[in-house]
Design a protein around this ligand. Sequence first.
Ligand code: TMP
Length: 213
Amino acid sequence: MFITFEGIEGSGKTTQIEILVPVLQAKGYECIATREPGATKIGHKIRAILLDSAHTTMLPVTEFFLYEADRAQHVHEVIKPALAANKVVVSDRFFDATTVYQGHGRGFDLELIQQVHGVVLGGLRPDLTLILDLPVHVGLERAWQRINSQPHGLSENRFENEALAFHETIRQGYLRLAIGEPERFRVIDAFRDQQTIHKDIAEAFEEYVAQRS
Ligand code: TMP
């Protein structure tokens, strides 16, 4: 089973994955947590290039193909082998992030994005995608707090530096995807305390499992 988490900066995806994975493991699921970009050795280097705030001249096309290169390695090295071994794979972002950030955000051609996804994903799609939704100013405030509290974090803020309007486009882009594919997406109100959010996520998971069996 393949579960992905999406959302704007500071939406709490990483925290919720850290809460969910041990809960699923305690229930007997063999479960791994992974992320994009940066889950493989090659991806780790690509992540550093992508998120470096010094890279102000990066073209949208360069950005797009770097995310896809990272994803190709991720699918091949991590996701497909884990799914083949019947594990539950929980990924902090996946291909929807490219549709929203590079497509809606940067204005990159959505049809071309889909075509490249055809090549990179080879038919792979998440079974369940959880969008953690919250107001953009709240998410960004949290993201900046995190960056400022990490000594090395300052270099990984190329996206946080974008204007509020960019992040609002991202938020709306995710919500639009959810409307278009309601069977795969669940929108979770992430402007609440961690345990309440986790409860909704666990419920969405159980609901999906019940539907599937
Ligand atoms: P994160 O680890 O904080 O989620 O940071 C990853 C950043 O990369 C985040 O700002 C979203 C961005 N991103 C894209 O623009 N396109 C993509 O396809 C992915 C996976 C992430």
